[in-house]
Design a protein around this ligand. Structure first.
Ligand code: ADP
Length: 483
């Protein structure tokens, strides 16, 4: 340490021009504040596409070197070109470039990284990966392996959050494997019910059951989908919330305390996956009520990092906890626009060992934000549309943000997620934001692949959307938009 460094001691007295021996004395008598936590020097981004670029930008803002791993499909991609260091993974299955735990850990070690940012998807919710990093003394930017294991099991997560006081839908507290047990439970809680995978994600395998005779086949289908997608065929039954809206809360915690950044409304979905996200959505009173509960939930499990608490809200305005996503989410950007806080930076800071740098009172909400996911998919059937982007122009201007790794000439691979860009707008209020989104969509040019701009453009003009009359059945109820 520079012997003339100003030092802050516990009683907030600033000692100027202290020497090393002063520091030693101060340490010995124990009056120094805990040493400032070491900032990361180099972080491996174990991801690709827009989120890799998003994380990289913030690491650079923070003066942290960014390393990346990549397979051949991504060798020319922006995050790989911009990274300070990169490891090529020569694999046959493109997903293996990002999913092979030992190879990712080895790359982090070889490149001298002190932490790994998983982004979303891939290894972001893999407790085995987190354990391996812990063994190697490399920090995982996210919660501990134990917390990931707990929250990754929807049955356990439901129980933990119920114990913390969060409202949950009626359902089974244990896995169900017999149709007779499931139908007895459905008689008790009332039809319709939904069968879901305990290890579920991405809406995979969910089955809605309207009557007893459907149980046998629905249960088998959900179990086999769960087995092939997650290697775990445990499923459970929950009351199907009709006419529900999807509302989720953004949380940041440091392992002890948690704060929330309010809600996002994400009911416009296809196959249980979000297409349009926006916020804010609730009254300040409701935000405070549910926000306080999710903070308690996060604190009860010793959560550290960014998390999203997902809920369904029924027509009466009652909330039902669905799950916790223990990572940065695709739609975190909506919250950034209305709160003005860089969530990725905050996640990195708590991972570095800092206590929460903000208090709940510091979080305020201003205006309204909407995000449209510009997937490379056809806007009728949502079938992925890989290929080369011949033209690619994104909008900008006041109140517009685009998070994308796409550029003219970019080869959109077919083997990964079809998210090409996230188009966001901010407005004084919802009407202002909708108007700005129409202009931004009109200004966007993408040729070479099919994409969802025509669908988003129609949604922005649709009456129920404009009135905020939206449930998770929105797309089903507005098939005319898929024309
Ligand atoms: P996943 O982790 O697979 O995404 P979630 O539990 O988060 O699953 O649910 C995703 C979506 O599935 C919700 O936004 C909603 O559209 C639907 N869903 C899940 N559970 C229910 C339920 N109990 N009632 C009605 N819809 C549900």
């Amino acid at each position: 340490m520079d012997s003339k460094t100003p030092l802050l001691i516990k009683q907030s007295i600033l000692i100027i021009n202290v020497t090393d021996s002063d520091i030693m004395t101060a340490l010995l008598i124990g009056c120094l504040a805990p040493p400032p936590t070491m900032g990361f020097k180099k972080v491996l981004i174990a991801n690709r596409g827009e989120i890799a670029l998003r994380i990289m930008r913030t690491l650079r803002d923070m003066g942290i070197e960014a390393a990346i791993i990549y397979g051949k499909e991504d060798r020319l991609s922006l995050p790989v070109q911009l990274a300070d260091d990169a490891t090529f993974r020569d694999v046959i299955n493109p997903l293996d470039a990002y999913l092979d735990i030992e190879a990712v850990v080895q790359a982090a070690k070889d490149m001298g990284c002190d932490a790994v940012h998983p982004g979303y998807g891939f290894l972001a919710e893999n407790a085995g990966f987190v354990k391996r990093l812990e063994e190697e003394g490399i920090t995982f930017i996210g919660p501990s392996a134990d917390v990931i294991t707990l929250l990754g099991d929807k049955i356990e997560a439901r129980a933990a959050m119920e114990a913390a006081g969060l409202p949950t839908a009626k359902g089974s507290s244990e896995p169900i494997s017999e149709a007779s047990v499931a139908s007895a439970l459905a008689d008790e809680i009332g039809y319709p019910v939904i069968i879901k995978a305990a290890a579920g994600g991405g809406g995979i395998g969910m089955q809605i059951v309207e009557k007893e005779s459907e149980f046998e086949s629905a249960l088998k289908l959900c179990q086999s989908r769960a087995k092939s997608a997650f290697g775990d065929d445990r499923v459970f039954v929950e009351k199907y919330i009709q006419g529900a809206q999807h509302v989720e809360f953004q949380v940041l915690a440091d392992g002890t305390n948690a704060i929330h950044f309010g809600e996002r409304f994400c009911s416009i979905q296809r196959r249980h996956q979000k297409l349009v996200e926006e916020g804010p959505w609730l009254t300040p009173e409701k935000r405070h009520e549910i926000g306080s509960l999710v903070c308690k939930g996060a604190e009860s499990v010793g959560y550290k990092g960014l998390a999203t608490f997902e809920f369904l809200r029924d027509a009466n305005g009652d909330f039902y906890f669905l799950e916790v996503n223990p990572r940065v989410q695709v739609e975190h950007t909506v919250t950034e626009l209305i709160t003005g806080h860089n969530l990725v930076e905050l996640g990195v800071r708590v991972a570095q060992g800092e206590a929460l740098p903000l208090k709940q009172e510091d979080i305020t909400w201003r205006g309204h934000s909407i995000q449209c996911r510009l997937n490379a998919e056809d806007p009728a059937e949502f079938i992925p549309s890989p290929g080369r982007l011949w033209e690619c122009h994104f909008p900008s201007g006041f109140g517009v943000r685009v998070d994308t790794h796409a550029h003219p000439g970019y080869e959109m691979p077919g083997c990964f997620d079809s998210l090409l860009a996230k188009l966001l707008v901010w407005g004084r209020d919802r009407e202002d934001a909708i108007r700005r989104m129409r202009t931004a969509l009109d200004e966007t040019v993408i040729t070479g692949v099919e994409h969802l701009i025509p669908l988003h453009r129609r949604i922005m003009d649709e009456e129920d959307f404009m009135n905020g009359d939206i449930t998770i059945q929105y797309i089903d109820m507005h098939q005319e938009l898929l024309g």
